[in-house]
Design a protein around this ligand. Structure first.
Ligand SMILES: Nc1nc2c(c(=O)[nH]1)N[C@H]1C(S)=C(S)[C@@H](COP(=O)(O)OP(=O)(O)OC[C@H]3O[C@@H](n4cnc5c(=O)[nH]c(N)nc54)[C@H](O)[C@@H]3O)O[C@H]1N2
Ligand SMILES: Nc1nc2c(c(=O)[nH]1)N[C@H]1C(S)=C(S)[C@@H](COP(=O)(O)OP(=O)(O)OC[C@H]3O[C@@H](n4cnc5c(=O)[nH]c(N)nc54)[C@H](O)[C@@H]3O)O[C@H]1N2
Ligand code: SF4
Ligand SMILES: [Mo]
Length: 810
């Protein structure tokens, strides 16, 4: 379908205002659609042929915000967002608009950047050097197809791999990286992966505690008047910024319901700066020590809900331990009171030395949590992205269990705030014939030392060990080869040895640091340059669908990934199967949509949807974690071995006995505190500071980080406390060197009390910029120059917030 037929011009709009309202009515839709192209939104000068084309964001912040692109002469002039009222006709504060953040609103400068990749290229320099030569699509595709075939025939499917890639989020939007997955499936399978860089450690914590890897609990709609939210390692104001994101809902709850918030975070995040909110600074990586001391206060003051613990949980005390653990003082209560394996009572005084939170504040927090009824205890992913993240995550979950604050309105089970929305089907990936999987973070090990990748050492599943190293990588919309993975300098060594990973193809829109390590580079079209349809499952407060149309004709030789994979399938003799008899991208979108609409008949037709741009169904309701289980645990058991909440996990006890873990790593069956590697305990004169990353408003990982105008609004700077800065003669705005055993970055210092003393905070996602064949000093300030590839003990995941190092004036 040509975009001209699907977009309204300013002139035709003026003539057909009534018709727009009619689309909404025809679809039985809400008032929202009618205002989507609202005349009031257009500036007075726009009287020429300006079109408004609707599309949406697809980066991995997953809010899928609406972009109303004002297009003239094949160019986006500006991006507006959702200005429509909600289903009730209201635009009052707190109502669901799919409003884009600063990144989405300035996206035209990103989409239309002169730096976009426009032609297929092959590498002519060394890997990582960034030297490429333009080639034809035929040559590019012939090379990729023949390399895929060669590697498959020589080494088998375990040698073929897709790293985590989240530049175009799949599953929720219609395509994501699924076309590549399907291609590798229909040609014989590939090495799978489990877990994510986002919450791989917490997934395991959830599995051993609640019997499922899902990391979400209640949503914020359940918050009650005047109640207390206690959040660990979470900042929706930084990470869920879209209009439908949880930052907006939390702001609403604070202002309209007088909800109080306590943010436990080493850094005063944007969430911690808001009204009705208190910041409790905690030394990074030590939340489990705080939780243990809170548990000590709760238990010794008689505030523990013994009835709840006996009915729903395993292993709080001796009586509820599984048989295998009885008689060994192995219960959680024993651990807390000092009769457990380490014979240390977890008093506030004990925790204060570790967490650096004053003893009295810990006691007061325990009392506040006891007195608040309900209390909503939750965590983001910040506290688990550490070398001891699995146990930390479980330690946070134990607090609402102790207090019996689960399963009723206003409560949560210690996981992240949830979201509800439409989730449509997406492009089918087919079935992977290769059942072997590795933890997502372990791919460099699987290239470098596949012999070490076993079940008990490397977390391999589906096989006892890998039969080969990874030899072929298809990197689609990901910057995890270097920029986003641990220890860039180490990865450089691994990838530059071409005898190890023999072939890397990347589909990108920019020459990223990862792209520089590719043998073939394919210039992709973005979602906004193609037809797409997205549900809003991450919108916490709205069910909506956006019908994205190409904003302009595809310029240069950029090509969409689906069409590219079709061409590769043809070269590999599987085109018919791959394309399901020749379906186009639009055919597939329509198919997902029609199938979904068959179950949700209130939705507009595909054609009406396109005319409307977006369909909104208004607010979703409250969601209360574990509600069914709490109401009737016998009828609705959890999927844990015991069917109950496992404070003590027999499965973890077994892992502790059978897995080969690195020295200093600990796996314990109860949610205990262990410092982990690269923690405060490892600080030395050489490396006296804890360096920690965070997810920053200027970019989503490395996506949008090359959009200069956003970086000007929110600088990429290292936060450092005035005490630490003063000791080093560092002033605000100075360029500093941040370094450790892994490497060195240069970055501007921001001297601020929002940084806890003893810490340096560097936003993750900046573009790595180093001469990798020279001094390797990173002038881009990319935190993964300083991170490690050592995995966490249970998930074998990325503890990328656990870093130690030093700072000096450059
Ligand atoms: N603007 C923006 N939004 C994003 C993203 C982005 O890059 N930019 N990324 C998206 C993605 S893919 C994800 S996975 C999520 C990530 O969401 P999160 O993982 O939750 O984000 P982080 O910033 O890593 O961590 C949240 C907070 O935890 C704090 N923190 C770190 N370590 C500790 C600790 O040991 N203890 C405690 N108590 N707090 C700690 C950090 O300082 C931060 O304020 O965000 C999503 N949203
Ligand atoms: N130290 C540290 N490292 C981290 C984290 C951390 O907190 N600290 N966070 C981790 C987390 S939670 C995550 S999810 C990962 C994210 O890491 P990645 O999944 O690599 O995410 P991005 O860095 O955004 O890279 C996405 C790439 O997709 C490209 N892209 C965007 N749109 C398109 C498109 O339409 N087509 C194509 N072909 N390409 C496109 C962008 O240019 C960008 O290079 O990073 C992880 N790395
Ligand atoms: S980056 Fe996230 S909040 Fe911003 S426009 Fe995109 S989806 Fe929305
Ligand atoms: Mo993530």
């Amino acid at each position: 379908m040509s975009k001209a037929s699907t977009s309204l011009t300013r002139r035709s709009f003026v003539k057909t205002t009534g018709a727009v309202g009619a689309f909404a009515a025809a679809a039985g839709a809400t008032a929202t659609a009618g205002d989507l192209f609202g005349a009031g939104a257009l500036p007075a000068h726009a009287d020429s042929e300006e079109k408004v084309v609707c599309t949406h964001c697809t980066v991995n912040c997953m809010s899928f915000c609406l972009w109303k692109c004002h297009v003239q002469d094949g160019e986006i002039k500006y991006v507006e967002s959702d200005t429509a009222p909600d289903a009730t006709g209201s635009t009052a504060f707190g109502d669901p608009q799919m409003r884009a953040c600063l990144r989405g609103r300035s996206s035209r400068r990103w989409l239309q950047s002169a730096d976009r990749l426009n032609y297929p290229m092959k590498r002519v320099g060394k890997r990582g050097e960034g030297k490429f030569e333009r080639i034809s699509w035929d040559e590019a595709l012939d090379t990729v197809a023949s390399e895929l075939k060669r590697v498959r025939e020589t080494y088998g499917p375990e040698a073929i791999y897709i790293p985590q890639c989240s530049g175009v989020v799949g599953g929720l939007s219609s395509f994501g990286s699924n076309p590549v997955t399907r291609l590798l499936n229909v040609t014989g399978g590939f090495l799978g992966k489990y877990g994510t860089y986002s919450n791989g450690l917490m997934m395991q914590a959830c599995k051993y505690t609640y019997g499922e890897t899902g990391c979400y609990g209640s949503n914020y709609w359940t918050l009650q008047d005047g109640e207390l939210v206690v959040m660990f390692g979470n900042s929706p104001a930084d990470t869920r910024m879209g209009g439908t994101g949880s930052a907006n809902l939390l702001a609403y709850a604070r202002q309209k319901k007088n909800v109080r918030v306590i943010c436990i975070d080493p850094r005063q995040s944007d969430t911690a700066c808001a009204s009705n909110t208190e910041w409790i600074p905690i030394r990074t990586g030590t939340d489990a020590a705080l939780c243990s001391a809170l548990a000590y206060e709760i238990i010794t003051n008689g505030w523990a809900d013994e009835e709840f613990l006996a009915k729903y949980c395993i292993g709080y005390n001796e009586e509820t331990l599984p048989e295998s653990a009885k008689g060994k003082n192995a219960s959680y209560k024993d651990y807390i009171l000092g009769t457990g394996y380490d014979k240390t009572p977890k008093t506030p005084a004990w925790a204060s030395k570790i967490t650096l939170i004053p003893e009295q504040r810990i006691k007061d927090l325990a009392r506040q949590m006891h007195e608040a009824d309900p209390v909503f205890v939750q965590q983001g992913y910040g506290s688990q992205r550490h070398s001891n993240g699995e146990m930390t995550s479980r330690a946070i979950m134990v607090l609402p269990q102790l207090l019996g604050q689960i399963g009723k309105p206003g409560t949560n089970d210690g996981r992240r705030e949830n979201k509800i929305g439409f989730s449509m089907g997406s492009f089918p990936t087919g079935t992977n014939k290769c059942k072997t999987q590795i933890p997502t973070f372990m791919w460099t090990k699987a290239i470098d030392a596949p012999e070490e990748m076993t079940k008990t050492k490397g977390g391999v599943t589906g096989a006892d060990k890998l039969s080969t190293g990874i030899k072929f990588i298809f990197n689609y919309a990901g910057n995890c080869l270097t920029n986003q993975h641990g220890d860039i300098n180490r990865t450089h060594e691994i990838l530059s040895d071409e005898s190890k990973c023999e072939f890397i193809v990347t589909s990108e829109i920019f020459m990223t640091d990862s792209a520089k390590y590719s043998d073939i580079l394919l210039p992709d079209l973005t979602t906004q340059e193609q037809v797409s349809v997205a549900g809003q499952p991450y919108g916490d407060n709205v069910k909506a669908i956006i019908y994205g149309q190409p904003v302009y004709d595809a310029p240069y030789e950029r090509r969409g990934i689906y069409e590219v994979c079709c061409d590769l399938a043809e070269r590999l003799g599987v085109y018919d199967e791959y394309s399901d008899g020749g379906k186009s991208r639009e055919d597939w979108n329509r198919k997902f949509y029609d199938e979904f609409r068959a179950k949700q008949p209130q939705l507009p037709t595909w054609e009406d949807g396109i005319k409307m741009g977006a369909y909104k169904e208004g607010r979703v309701g409250e969601l209360i974690a574990l509600q069914k289980f709490i109401a009737d645990p016998e009828a609705n058991p959890l999927k844990t071995p015991s069917g109950k909440i496992e404070i003590y996990s027999e499965q973890l006890a077994k892992l502790a006995d059978t897995w080969e873990i690195a020295e200093g790593d600990e796996i314990l069956p109860i949610p205990a505190f262990a410092p982990g590697f690269d923690s405060y305990r490892d600080l030395s004169d050489e490396y006296p500071l804890q360096i920690q990353g965070f997810h920053y408003k200027a970019h989503v990982h490395s996506s949008y980080a090359n959009n200069q105008i956003v970086q000007e609004a929110a600088h990429h700077v290292a936060w450092i406390n005035p005490i630490d800065a003063g000791e080093r003669g560092i002033a605000n705005g100075d360029t500093v060197r941040v370094f450790n055993e892994h490497g060195e970055v240069r970055i501007e210092a921001k001297v601020t009390n929002r940084a806890m003393p003893g810490h340096v905070f560097i936003p993750q996602g900046a573009w790595h910029n180093a001469d990798m064949f020279g001094d390797k000093v990173d002038k881009g300030g990319c935190i993964n120059t300083l991170t490690s590839q050592r995995p966490s003990p249970i998930a074998k995941g990325n503890g990328q917030h656990s870093i130690i190092g030093q700072v000096a004036k450059a």
